[in-house]
Design a protein around this ligand. Sequence first.
Ligand code: HEC
Length: 181
Amino acid sequence: MKRIFVLTACAAALAACTPQKSGAPKAAAGAAAAKFNTDLPMTEFMGHVVDPAAFMYWKGSGTEVDEKGEHDLSPTTDEGWDVLVNGASILMEAGNMLQLPGRVRAPEADWNRYAQQLTERAAIARAAAEKHDKKGVFDEGGRVYEVCVACHEQFVIQPDIQANGPAKGDPLPAVPGGKAK
Ligand code: HEC
C-alpha cells in the first residue's frame, strides 16, 4: 500500500523523487561527491582571503598614536564590532581551507597543526569580539598573529633560506599585509 503511494507521488512530482542530495537543479548522476576548487595559488589565498580577514580583526584593537595623541581603535558601534566577528569567522574557515587537498604542504602534520591552531585561536578571538571585550580582542588577536608567524617561519622563511642561502634582506612577510614579494 505504501509502495503504491510512493509510486503515485513520484509520477505526480518526478523531479522530487530523483535522488539529488543538494537539490541542485541539474546535478548529473555521481556529481554529488565533494569537489574543491583550490585554483587560487597560496599567495592569492593569503593575500585576498587570510590577510584581509586578519586585518578586519586587528584594525579594531589596540591604540594608535598620532600628533593629536593616543586613540583607542576599538569599535564604538555594533556594526563596528561585527566587522571583527566577520574577520575572525573567515579566519576560522581559512584554517579549514588550508587543509584542503591541493593546499597542504609537507610535512603535512605540521601544516595541519598550524591550520588547526588558526581555527582554534580565531574561534576564541571571535568570542572576544562578540563580547565586545577590548582587552580580549587585543590579546587574542596577538595569539592569532603568532600562528601566522609560526607557519611562515617553517613553510616560507626556512625553505627560502635553504634554497637561497641566509638572509638577503627580503625574506617573506614578517609583517602580514606587508607587500613582500
Ligand atoms: C598553515 C600555514 C600558514 C598559516 C597559518 C598562515 N600562512 Fe600566510 N603564507 C603561508 C605560505 C606557505 C605563504 C607563501 C605562499 C607561497 O609563496 O607560495 C604565505 C604567505 C603569506 C602572505 C604573502 C602573500 C603574497 O602575496 O606573497 C601574507 C600576506 C600572509 N601569508 C598572511 C598571513 C596571515 C595574516 C596569517 C595569519 C592570520 C597567515 N598568513 C597564516 C602559510 C601560512
